[in-house]
Design a protein around this ligand. Structure first.
Ligand SMILES: [Zn+2]
Length: 298
């Protein structure tokens, strides 16, 4: 049977328009028609199930190209990723969520929410959260747009641990993609990085000499021990390409194992961890808080 041409401006999708299937949908944002099995889709989606039982939409909708069911959320490239989980075309499509790339998973995450597919939505969320290739700049932007606080902390810390000069053009674009307190997040991040670096340089100088405690009787030993610890510490502390987190800094100091040594070394370590490192962590927490507020107001 010859199929009549669809409405002007609407195209039939080369893969997801199957003339033998029963339901026609229009991906409104892309002006593309898809024709799929509503029963197969309804099996996974309560939204489609309700739709097909006639509780939503107009009579006759979905029966022909002239009168498709409009899908208001999502673009055709997003549907191409999403539809493969319902209508697999190859073995890869029915594989685990974790085998998909973050871009695909974000499309699935968005559209499974629209179609009330709770189980698939939750699988996509878990896969994204743990995904090793989810770029921290993209994760931060996505977390901001989709209001997912759990992605902020790890993404921000990952971004603070790499040199700003080493961010790719794409990463910079992502970080320019949203604002915090009226300025592009990229600039806010650059400011925090600059502060962290200045602060670390200052600490490096301030703590270079072991301060003598009033009760110390053999300070030459304290000085040589501290000098050895400090050299190892500073190597991590000022390394801009791999970065050093507050947690890592505390680990290095703990590993120096000065518990059996005199009060001078204890004083240096405690002052460093309680003042300097805490101050850095407070700055990071403040920025996380600003990100949260910005996400609520956007
Ligand atoms: Zn001493």
């Amino acid at each position: 049977m010859e199929m009549p041409e669809p409405e002007a401006g609407w195209l039939r999708h080369p893969v997801f328009y199957n003339p033998t299937d029963n339901a026609v949908f229009l991906v409104v944002m892309s002006d593309v028609l898809i024709r799929v099995s509503s029963a197969q889709w309804a099996h996974r989606s309560p939204f489609i199930k309700t739709l097909m039982h006639g509780h939503l939409g107009k009579p006759g909708e979905g029966e022909s190209d002239k009168c498709p069911i409009p899908l208001l959320v999502g673009t055709m490239p997003e549907y191409e990723d999403f539809l493969t989980i319902i209508f697999p075309r190859c073995a890869r499509d029915i594989g685990a969520m974790s085998e998909r790339e973050p871009r695909e998973l974000l499309a699935i995450f968005k559209l499974t929410s629209y179609f009330d597919m709770h189980e698939d939505h939750s699988l996509a969320y878990d896969a994204l959260t743990a995904h090793p290739n989810f770029d921290p700049a993209y994760k931060l932007l996505s977390g901001h747009k989709l209001k997912i606080p759990e992605w902020r902390d790890p993404a921000l810390r990952a971004l603070l641990s790499i040199g700003t000069d080493k961010l790719s053009a794409q990463q910079k674009e992502w970080l320019h993609g949203f604002e915090v307190d009226g300025q592009a997040f990229y600039l806010t991040l650059a400011e925090l990085r600059a502060w962290l670096f200045r602060n670390r340089l200052e600490i490096t100088e301030t703590y270079a000499q072991c301060q003598k405690h009033v009760t110390c009787r053999s300070h030459a030993l304290c000085e040589s021990t501290w000098s050895r610890i400090w050299t190892g510490f500073v190597r991590h502390w000022l390394h801009s390409s791999s970065g050093c987190s507050e947690e890592r800094a505390r680990e290095i100091l703990r590993a120096a194992d000065i518990d059996g040594l005199g009060p001078c070394l204890h004083g240096m370590r405690d002052s460093l961890t309680e003042k300097a490192l805490l101050q850095e962590e407070e700055k990071i927490q403040l920025l996380l808080h600003m990100l949260e507020s910005a996400s609520h107001s956007s």
